[in-house]
Structure formats: structure tokens, C-alpha cells
Design a protein around this ligand. Structure first.
Ligand code: AMP
Length: 272
């Protein structure tokens, strides 16, 4: 992988990386379009990173469809798919972990302790291995994007982070590899996340400024749908700190479990 990337650089080609865990959908592929706007060549990594899964999470059950992913990636213009084995990424002597402290503890960090250490560590490895000049990340994983921006800045990494907007199904559900797990009525129930966000935006647009009132409405929509809320918070988009007053930088971010097992996340700027 690195030899290929360095050979590209010798030809004065820039490298744009799209890191994924595979099971590709239009959300991932939209990031490839972004990557092509920035880099001369596009690398997609497909790696279900064991370091970012907790002991009781869905590492083994995580959906995998490698051959189909390669076809989709190629059709969309990816030049090279990098899909290392776990043992290549984490040899038996591996012992390094990167922590982006404050940004990693709230929101998803509460229910997934250690998750963002796994993300920060694997992303650092992927940047080094692929010699990426650009790396594209979806706003769907809003906390992850903030953490990676901080990581790159803090460690003076020579890679420019490009965000990509959330891609949704026509009914509003944010695309996710985990949507494959939604069975029967759960697919409909899952809409409560995007519905809650829309309602919150409407309330704010109509003049409601109290964070508690907006969040209470979101919580009600999620509870009535029969999903179990992990969190609904309004945070500053830069610091991820909870806000008391809604402003231009406010992001509403939500995580809920559907049918007791499928954990979904969604977010949106609340004043847009
Ligand atoms: P994953 O394979 O879930 O680790 O996601 C790989 C990349 O795709 C991450 O940067 C995600 O934020 C991004 N992504 C996942 N779903 C979406 C979506 N619906 N819209 C935009 N980007 C997405």
C-alpha cells in the first residue's frame, strides 16, 4: 500500500483517502465523489477495526460484503482498495493507543468507552500507511469528525480533512451499514431519530429557544416510537460541549437503540 502511494507521489499525484468499514452504501460512495474532487488518486480502506469495538459490541456480527464493496468502489472511481488483515494492523507486539481526551468522553463515548481511542489509533495508522494528503469523513459520525480534526491539528499531521454531508434514504433515515439489521417494524421505528431532529428544527425555527424544551420533544418522539434513547444533546459543533442557548453553531445529536439491538446515530445543525 505504502509503496503504491509513494509511487503516486513521485508522479506528483496527491492521494485522497476514504476510510470505511465496508458494507458500502451511498453515504460512503458520496465520500468517494468528494475525494475525487480533491485528490488525483483515491484510496478506500475497508477495515472492520477490532480496536474500536467494545467487548459486548457487534464486531463479529458487523456486516461484511467484500467482493460487492470492491465492485461498488471501482464503479465509483476508487483507484485502490486497501483491506488489511487484523493481524497486519495489530501484530502480537502492538501496544500503542491514541486518546483525544475531552472530545471522546461525552455523547457516544459514554456508552462506548474506548471506542474513539480505537478510531483515533486506526485513523493515524491509515494516514501513515496510505500517505494521504486528503481524508474524507462523513458528518454522520459527527463526534468522530471533531475528534479526527483535533487529532490532525494536535499531532501536526500533514493531511487535510474533508467533511461530507449526511446521505439519507428518501424517508429521512440516515444511511448506515447497520440499517441492514433493521427487521420488520424496526425499519419504521428507526425513523424516529430523523423525525425527532426535524421536529426540533421546526421548534427552533418557530422561536423556541429553550434547550430543555427542544430536547424533551425529541425524547418524547423517540420514546413513543418504542426506541430506547441513549442520548439526545445539543452541543457546540467545535467543542462538543452541551449548550444552554441555541445558536448558529448548535448541533442536535442523537443515539438510540432500535428493537433492543441496533444502535443508530443521527445529527443535524439545528438552525439550518
Ligand atoms: P463506516 O463504514 O460506518 O465506518 O463509515 C465510513 C465513513 O462513511 C465515515 O466517515 C462515516 O461518517 C461515513 N458515512 C457513513 N454513513 C454515512 C452517511 N449516511 N452519509 C455520509 N457519510 C456517511
Amino acid at each position: 500500500m505504502t509503496a503504491w502511494a509513494l509511487a503516486q507521489k513521485k508522479k506528483n499525484h496527491t492521494v485522497a483517502l476514504v476510510p470505511t468499514m465496508g458494507c458500502l452504501h451511498e453515504g460512503h460512495l458520496s465520500l468517494v465523489d468528494r475525494a475525487k474532487q480533491h485528490g488525483d488518486v483515491v484510496v478506500m480502506s475497508i477495515f472492520v477495526n477490532p480496536m474500536q469495538f467494545g467487548p459486548n459490541e457487534d464486531l463479529d456480527a458487523y456486516p461484511r460484503q467484500f467482493e460487492e464493496d470492491c465492485t461498488l468502489a471501482k464503479e465509483r472511481g476508487v483507484d485502490l482498495v486497501f483491506a488489511p488483515a487484523d493481524s497486519e494492523m495489530y501484530g502480537s507486539r502492538f501496544q500503542t493507543s491514541i486518546t483525544v481526551k475531552d472530545l471522546s468522553v461525552g455523547l457516544c463515548g459514554v456508552d462506548r468507552p474506548g471506542h474513539f481511542d480505537g478510531v483515533a489509533t486506526v485513523v493515524t495508522k491509515l494516514f501513515n500507511i496510505t500517505a494521504a494528503d486528503f481524508a474524507v469523513f462523513g458528518e454522520k459520525d459527527f463526534q468522530q469528525l471533531s475528534i479526527i480534526r483535533r487529532l490532525v491539528d494536535d499531532l501536526n499531521m500533514n493531511v487535510k480533512i474533508i467533511p461530507g454531508p449526511i446521505v439519507r434514504e428518501t424517508d429521512g433515515l440516515a444511511m448506515s451499514s447497520r440499517n441492514k439489521y433493521l427487521e420488520g417494524a424496526d425499519r419504521e421505528i428507526a425513523l424516529c431519530l430523523s423525525r425527532g431532529i426535524s421536529k426540533a428544527k421546526d421548534l427552533v425555527a418557530s422561536g423556541v429557544a429553550a434547550v430543555d424544551q427542544v430536547l424533551a420533544e425529541v425524547e418524547k418522539i423517540i420514546a413513543e416510537a418504542g426506541a430506547s434513547l441513549e442520548y439526545a444533546e445539543i452541543v457546540d459543533s467545535g467543542s462538543l460541549k452541551k449548550q444552554e442557548v441555541i445558536d448558529d453553531s448548535s448541533v442536535l445529536t442523537v443515539a438510540a437503540k432500535i428493537g433492543g439491538k441496533v444502535r443508530l446515530i443521527d445529527n443535524s445543525k439545528i438552525m439550518s
